[in-house]
Design a protein around this ligand. Structure first.
Ligand SMILES: [Zn+2]
Length: 43
């Protein structure tokens, strides 16, 4: 089962849907800002 999470970049404020991974960090596709999973919005 594949789970997805909605994340918001703390730098450019854009929402991105990403597949849930084991990594606690993610990288914004737009500004390439590395950040931890702070904003997780369940759809
Ligand atoms: Zn960003």
């Amino acid at each position: 089962m594949v789970e997805f999470q909605v994340l918001r970049c703390s730098k450019c404020k854009t929402f991105q849907v990403m597949q849930v991974t084991k990594s606690p960090k993610w990288k914004c596709k737009l500004c390439a800002e590395k950040q931890s999973l702070i904003k997780v919005v369940v759809d």
